[in-house]
Design a protein around this ligand. Structure first.
Ligand code: ADP
Ligand code: ADP
Length: 235
């Protein structure tokens, strides 16, 4: 787990217009922050800068107090959870969840990578139990319900024992009923794991119910950061 600090973060794309304009935000260890705002306000850009998929034009990103602007994505130890699951159709649930760990092993080239076989299995089984996927480990994604697929995607983030989860509108492809169900699952899971989370959404119900704090972004500028209660229950 880790704290994430944004200090005067700016992102300018080639057109020179700031997509993210001087954003400062302290996200505490274990905190669940929701990032809301209209389409094009810079939510994805901000998330992608945190995870390292986009360069930061100016300002500083710190993870646990260490400057991370120049760190490669895999050295940041953050896990991104996408809306379209990004599961491998030819792999089983087990193999899909284990995938990030196998990848880490291959990178070291020695077949160990500090993650022994026993511990891969342990981590996958633990994540599966947490997500109630134990009975489905041998299935392929095509044979799962939408909610189960979403949980497999989260399993991948969990086995990596990432310092933080970054969610990019993870539920936007699901129907209303499943979205409600997954909303409460994500909320419970986040609290059980206590892992620092940043969650991008344009769904007001998600913003009101999921997080400890809501950050409102408009045209790249952070307008307001408040608890859901302060934000939505004002007279
Ligand atoms: P959101 O996630 O809130 O919808 P984005 O972060 O995707 O917003 O986009 C913020 C602004 O940056 C928009 O004006 C968008 O057009 C612009 N933008 C996003 N990605 C790029 C890119 N790769 N090149 C140029 N402009 C971009
Ligand atoms: P949910 O209420 O989660 O949407 P479903 O009705 O999709 O559940 O599925 C009920 C159970 O049947 C689940 O445990 C799921 O794993 C299993 N299941 C669904 N579709 C298939 C399939 N094509 N092949 C095998 N098992 C399936």
């Amino acid at each position: 787990m880790a704290s994430i600090t944004l200090n005067n973060i700016v992102k300018k794309y080639d057109d020179g217009f700031p997509a993210v304009n001087n954003v400062s935000l302290d996200i505490a260890d274990g905190e669940f922050v929701i990032l809301v705002g209209p389409s094009g306000c810079g939510k994805s850009t901000l998330l992608r800068m945190i995870v390292g998929l986009e360069d930061i034009t100016s300002g500083e990103l710190q993870i646990d107090g260490h400057r991370m602007n120049e760190a490669a994505p895999r050295d940041r130890n953050l896990a991104m959870v996408f809306q379209n699951y990004a599961l491998y159709p030819h792999l089983t649930v087990y193999e899909n969840i284990a995938f990030p760990l196998r990848l880490a092993k291959d990178k070291n080239g020695d077949g160990s990578g500090g993650v022994g076989q026993g511990s891969v299995d342990e981590r996958v089984q633990k994540a599966a139990a947490l997500l109630e996927l134990t009975e489905h480990l041998d299935r392929k994604p095509a044979n799962l319900s939408g909610g189960q697929r979403q949980r497999v995607a989260m399993g991948r983030a969990i086995v990596r024992e990432a310092d933080a989860f970054l969610f990019d509108e993870p539920l936007s492809n699901l129907d209303a009923k499943l979205r409600g169900q997954m909303r409460s699952e994500i909320s419970q899971l986040q609290r059980r794991l206590g892992v620092t989370s940043v969650y991008v959404t344009h769904d007001q119900t998600e913003a009101m119910t999921l997080g400890d704090r809501v950050a409102v972004l408009k045209k790249g500028i952070l307008q307001q950061v408040a608890s859901p209660r302060e934000l939505y229950e004002q007279p």
